[in-house]
Design a protein around this ligand. Structure first.
Ligand SMILES: CC(=O)N[C@H]1[C@@H](OP(=O)(O)OP(=O)(O)OC[C@H]2O[C@@H](n3ccc(=O)[nH]c3=O)[C@H](O)[C@@H]2O)O[C@H](CO)[C@@H](O)[C@@H]1O
Ligand SMILES: C=C(OP(=O)(O)O)C(=O)O
Length: 420
């Protein structure tokens, strides 16, 4: 199994190019199911989840290929299988996003239930209830969601009890080919939702007010293929900025979208960093500055993103003072805490909060990645820990970070990937 070996490094310095956003690219790739002709998507990161999505679309019958390091092409015209198998869904929860498009375009879908994962139970009840409100008949049997609709889905007024990114995306895609108007209330407002809406509109859909909590969609009869560029990854950006901050470095993130991570940048300033921000770049300077603990409360956008929580716990481990990080989205997203404790961090878990007293040094250790962002926090800690850190189970990391060790090494880190 592959592992990362990380040695303590000098302050990170230089410039890094941010990749396309995983969480925007995944639903955007799924929009191809709705189209009547070929779609080309640019700024699509080379990640395990993207390969899984291309495999899933291929399994459905689409011709889905990577053209080059940036772009993928999907011709959906041969889709003739409406079944997303457990084998693929179990490796990537976002596979559930084929449900809405398949049902809207072909009137049927069979999708394995994603099941729980390391960070929480993550039910899909809101996806199913919304589709039922649009006229779908859904049966959950033997671990599979069996869904069908007689004729077209019907526009509906849907209120979601919980703010869900995935449910908003699934229902938004389904509504584009439904008959009539759909209103999604208490919708998620993440930048990735806006990116998805922009892509759908480029295909001929009529989606309005994405980015607010009330999205209005007028269904159309057909969508065409399009060429669309995925937005930059705000979570990857934040992760690199924190890596630079904990090492006392100075880096510039190019090809970023600063307006999508305002709340993260605010916390970095509170943590002591000096930031310079341009239209598509962010420069962080931590030279000779004191890293200070910050308090965090995760919340749906525009609140603090849960996907940056673990990285800030790593920052607090090394900062002056006590920082309280509270996780409000997922019930089990502190799996990085025991691993960071093994490296010498002083963290106590109190309910859904991690209370962290900063220490002046961490010590390298053998640690285990348990989920994507937990893995990132261990890599960040490894950059400054004395001695060697060995991170096991890095397939989690490869789901969401493109060439992470190559990019960090380009900034002066010393990370090797080994197979043992
Ligand atoms: C591929 C992708 O974009 N993943 C992101 C997406 O995940 P994902 O779309 O799975 O997360 P959701 O926004 O749906 O989950 C938010 C909360 O809603 C709950 N819930 C969700 C659906 C549902 O039907 N019922 C229900 O109760 C979840 O258990 C969770 O507590 O948003 C999360 C929250 O920002 C991020 O951490 C993930 O990185
Ligand atoms: C939790 C994440 O992704 P996913 O929803 O794909 O598990 C993430 O990107 O941090």
């Amino acid at each position: 199994m592959e592992k990362l070996i990380i040695e303590a490094c000098p302050p990170l310095k230089g410039s890094v190019t941010i990749s396309g956003a995983k969480n925007a690219a995944l639903p955007i790739l799924m929009t191809s199911i709705l189209a009547d002709s070929t779609c080309t998507f640019d700024n699509v990161p080379e990640l395990r989840d993207i390969r899984t999505t291309l495999a899933l679309l291929s399994e459905l019958g689409a011709h889905a290929i990577r053209l080059d390091a940036q772009s993928v092409e999907i011709d959906p015209r041969q889709i003739n299988n409406f079944n997303a198998s457990y084998e693929l869904v179990k490796t990537m929860r976002a596979s559930i996003l084929v449900l809405g498009p398949l049902l809207a375009k072909f009137g049927q879908a069979s999708v394995s239930l994603p099941g729980g994962c390391a960070i929480g139970a993550r039910p899909v009840d809101l996806h199913l209830q919304g589709l039922e409100q649009m006229g779908a008949i859904i049966d959950v049997d033997a671990g599979y969601i069996q869904a069908k609709v007689n004729g077209r889905l019907q526009g509906a007024h849907i209120f979601m009890d919980v703010v869900s990114v995935g449910a908003t995306e699934n229902l938004m895609m389904a509504a584009c080919l439904a008959e009539g108007e759909t209103i999604l209330e208490n919708a998620a407002r993440e930048p990735e939702i806006v990116d998805l809406a922009n892509c759908l509109n480029a295909m001929g859909a009529k989606v309005e007010h994405a980015g607010t909590d009330k999205i209005v969609i007028q269904g159309v009869k057909a969508l065409n293929g399009c060429r669309y560029k995925v937005l930059p990854d705000r979570i990857e950006t934040g992760t690199f900025l924190i890596a630079a901050a904990v090492t006392g470095g100075k880096i510039r993130c190019e090809n970023a979208a600063p307006e999508t991570l305002k709340v993260v940048l605010d916390k970095l300033i509170k943590a002591g960093a000096k930031l310079d921000i341009g239209e598509d770049w962010i420069e962080l300077d931590m030279t000779d500055r004191t890293l200070t603990s910050v308090d965090i409360q995760t919340a749906p956008h525009p609140g603090f993103p849960t996907d940056m929580q673990a990285q800030f716990v790593a920052l607090n481990c090394l900062a002056v003072g006590t920082g309280v990080v509270t996780e409000n989205i997922f019930e089990n997203r502190f799996m990085h805490v025991p691993e960071l404790q093994r490296m010498g961090a002083e963290i106590s878990l109190q309910g859904n909060s991690a209370v962290c007293d900063g220490v002046s040094k961490l010590k390298g250790a053998q640690v285990m990645a348990t989920d994507l962002r937990a893995s990132a926090s261990l890599v960040i800690a490894g950059l400054v820990a004395q001695g060697q850190t060995k991170v096991d189970r890095i397939y989690h990391l490869d789901r969401g970070y493109e060439h992470i060790e190559k990019k960090l090494n380009g900034l002066g880190a010393n990370i090797k990937r080994i197979n043992e």
